[in-house]
Ligand binder design. Structure first.
Ligand code: MEV
Length: 432
């Protein structure tokens, strides 16, 4: 039986104090996942043979902590958010921010899941004529493209548009260069594979129409037509926690403006957002490098590098809004092979790509709120200390109850080193 009487899925005060078995009991009680499935995230649960089939030159399996962030409500649904990350405090900070945003939580809206495939054509003698010919052939080419993806079309997706852009005139080192953009609604797939296949299949015909040579044929990771917007509102009272809510509100808004004015700060601001987003992407087996590349290119789309999320004062509270491209899939990729990635989707009740994007973006906005709130008030180091101290205690060889005892003493003395952790451990061990 779960320790939580409320039957709430995600509002779980004290979850962090439970042991792993008790946390798992709650998951079993509130999701479709049973104990046996949970065992698939035990160390070594990715069989080495499966790992060997996933990538090349495998020599082992590399494990990372798998956690759930609590207190999230995403589009009105209480959600436990799966996160895989090596950095202390990210899960706690996101959970803490989600508690501040409770009960209205995070509200999202997703664009259509349209990805872009690129076919580059070089050595064109007349780029204007090529662009005109490609525009004329667009509807034929699209029909051809649709015929190649019957199942995607059946699911309501498929190629939706084709356009030609002139990149260089005839006197460039590559002659005239035109790129054809194929816009494809990928539904629940991330889409890179299907788009790459499509671009390769169409390249020869596109080159003939343009009277040039086919060049690079691949998906673009600047998926700016597949975006997610997530908003939340937090009241001063929730922000305050014994402090001054109005002050924290003003300081967070000022920290947001700082990121809007300065790319050095905007980069770190966005890094904090990606702490939350990437952890969800890793847990759910996504291509997080693709999302990272797209996010930063999107942040720089105006020519200046800007924050992906901004915070504005609104009455006695703050409104936060994050907009970013999020190309994710609930079909294909590592989900075919990685049992923990499938489990992560199940734990969060995620069936479709747009829901996965919503959950990852909510974790991103929550991480940003937590970071700005800490930076605007007490700073980020205090929160890091206790987990860091536990890490040092473990590294010094502490086990069981001694981990916490060593960590408490280490934090109290402020000398966060393995040497001091060892000294404390030796003393505590002698005294038992
Ligand atoms: C650390 O991983 C992330 C932060 O630096 C983000 C930020 O500064 O906004 C705390």
């Amino acid at each position: 039986m779960s320790e939580f009487e409320t039957r709430s899925v995600s509002r779980l005060p004290g979850f962090y104090r439970l042991d792993i078995a008790a946390r798992r009991r709650h998951l079993v009680d509130t999701s479709s996942v049973d104990e046996e499935r949970l065992a698939s995230i035990d160390p070594g649960a990715l069989p080495i043979e499966v790992a060997d089939a996933m990538i090349e030159n495998v020599i082992g399996v590399y494990a990372l902590p798998f956690a759930v962030a609590v207190n999230f409500v995403v589009d009105g649904i209480e959600t436990l958010i799966p996160m895989v990350i090596e950095e202390p405090s990210v899960v706690a900070a996101a959970s803490n921010a989600a508690r501040i945003a409770w009960p209205s939580g995070f509200v999202t809206s997703a664009s259509r899941p349209v990805m872009i495939g690129q076919i580059q054509i070089t050595m064109i003698e007349d780029v204007d004529a090529a662009a005109a010919a490609l525009s004329e052939a667009a509807s034929d080419l699209l029909d051809d493209a649709r015929r190649r993806l019957p199942r995607l079309v059946e699911r309501g997706g498929g190629p939706v548009a084709l356009e030609a852009r002139i990149l260089a005139r005839e006197d460039s080192p590559d002659g005239g260069v035109v790129v054809v953009h194929l816009h494809v609604d990928c539904r629940d797939a991330m889409g890179a594979n299907l788009i790459n296949t499509l671009c390769e299949a169409l390249a020869e015909r596109v080159a003939q129409i343009a009277r040039g040579r086919p060049g690079v044929r691949v998906v673009s990771n600047l998926s700016d037509e597949r975006t997610i917007t997530v908003r939340c509102h937090v009241d001063d009272d929730a922000l305050a926690e014994g402090g001054n809510g109005a002050e924290a509100r003003a300081a967070i808004a000022a920290a947001s403006r700082f990121a809007e004015l300065d790319p050095y700060r905007a980069t770190t601001h966005n890094k904090g957002i990606m702490n939350g987003v990437d952890a969800v992407l890793l847990a759910t087996g996504q291509d997080w490098r693709a999302v990272e590349a797209g996010a930063h290119a999107f942040a720089a789309r105006t020519g200046a590098y800007r924050p992906l999320a901004v915070w504005r004062e609104s009455g006695r509270g703050l409104d936060g809004c994050l907009v970013m491209p999020l190309a994710v899939g609930t079909l294909g990729g590592a989900l075919h092979t990685h049992p923990a990635a499938r489990l992560a989707l199940e734990l969060a009740n995620i069936e479709h790509a747009d829901r996965l994007a919503a959950v990852a973006a909510a974790a991103g906005l929550a991480s940003n709120l937590a970071a700005l709130r800490a930076l605007a008030t007490e700073g980020i180091q205090r929160g890091h200390m206790s987990l860091h101290a536990r890490g040092l205690a473990l590294a010094a060889g502490a086990a069981g109850e001694l981990v916490e005892q060593v960590a408490v003493e280490l934090s109290a003395c402020g000398d966060l080193t393995t040497r001091r952790a060892r000294e404390i451990l030796v003393r505590l061990t002698r005294s038992v």
